[in-house]
Design a protein around this ligand. Sequence first.
Ligand SMILES: [Zn+2]
Length: 120
Amino acid sequence: MPRPLGRHQITVLGALARHNRGSWDARCAWRFRSLACTVRVLDSLVQRGHVTRTSATERYTIAESGLNVLGWYTCEACTRLTRSPVIEEVSVSRRRVQCSWCHPGGAARPRAPRAERTAR
Ligand SMILES: [Zn+2]
């Protein structure tokens, strides 16, 4: 398990997610303490893979794993953010994330094997 994020990292990640559709650069209005401090924390989040940085524009953008840390998931079908995703293991290395609107049956539906479903 990777070590958990620090308090400052969570704070900055949350601010990043809420403003400007998840992206930040030096012209943005919000800062965490100072410009240098904001950049330092954002860079540490880039190293953790929760944020991506575009070198050319010095713009930081939240990554899906960063959203996941905050409890948000991007629906693969409609690209909306959801706090109550339906996550299905499609294979060992692949999972499908959908919001309850896109997933037939919604979040309450128990996971059933495909063959069983078509047999009825
Ligand atoms: Zn959806």
